[in-house]
Design a protein around this ligand. Sequence first.
Ligand code: ATP
Ligand code: MG
Length: 233
Amino acid sequence: MSDAALLTVQDLNAGYGRSQVLFDVSLTAPARGGVAILGRNGAGKSTLLRTLFGELPPLSGAIVFSGAPVGAMPAEERIRRGLGYVPQEYAIFSKLSVRENLVLGAIRQPKRNAIDDALDFFPKLAQRLDQTAGTLSGGERKMLAIGRAILGRPRLLMLDEPTEGVWVGVIEEIADRLRLLSREMTVILVEQHIELALDLADYAYVMDRGRIALEGTASAVKSDPALITHLAP
Ligand SMILES: Nc1ncnc2c1ncn2[C@@H]1O[C@H](COP(=O)(O)OP(=O)(O)OP(=O)(O)O)[C@@H](O)[C@H]1O
Ligand SMILES: [Mg+2]
């Protein structure tokens, strides 16, 4: 993808101390739509998102977001430029109430009732406003984390396993909302539910041992016989 790309990653190498996890990862994401990142446990999906967000410094490679190289910028600066991130774990403050969590997400928004956008998005949260976030169900926690992230008005939202630990009856509700989001912004989705991810995404990357092993349109990846070999344990 060329100048239409909102995010371009070129030959990214990253890891933890001396243990390198990502090897020459290159990818692009357009200004709208869903991009799925698939891969078995330990493939490096979360490490990739952490590096893109700025939690982990890259060893080498380029991360260009909205025309600017952000690879050396702190996460705070990337957020300011429109990068949103819902991590796989610890995405919410469990000792704070739902309302307090949302208010923190809306901190950049001067308008009153800023948290209403999240409540409109996930009406269930409105019934839980004064409840401590740590007492929410798995699905409600994910809704809170996603709801809080959208209050930051991201242009690109990275979601690390938004349906992990969510009861099957609620997964489709979350998927529906993500589908809606990907119409107005870029959504990078890491998911273990392969069908769901390929259904939500336009384009997909499959990681295997820290490398991009397969990529293509979601429908091409879905029918590629190599998919199963890269995902098999
Ligand atoms: N904080 C850390 N310190 C050292 N190694 C880590 C750390 N976090 C992850 N790793 C290692 O990096 C590799 C990739 O982990 P990562 O969490 O990125 O995989 P993943 O694809 O997100 O897996 P999962 O599907 O289980 O979430 C693994 O070998 C893991 O053990
Ligand atoms: Mg992970």
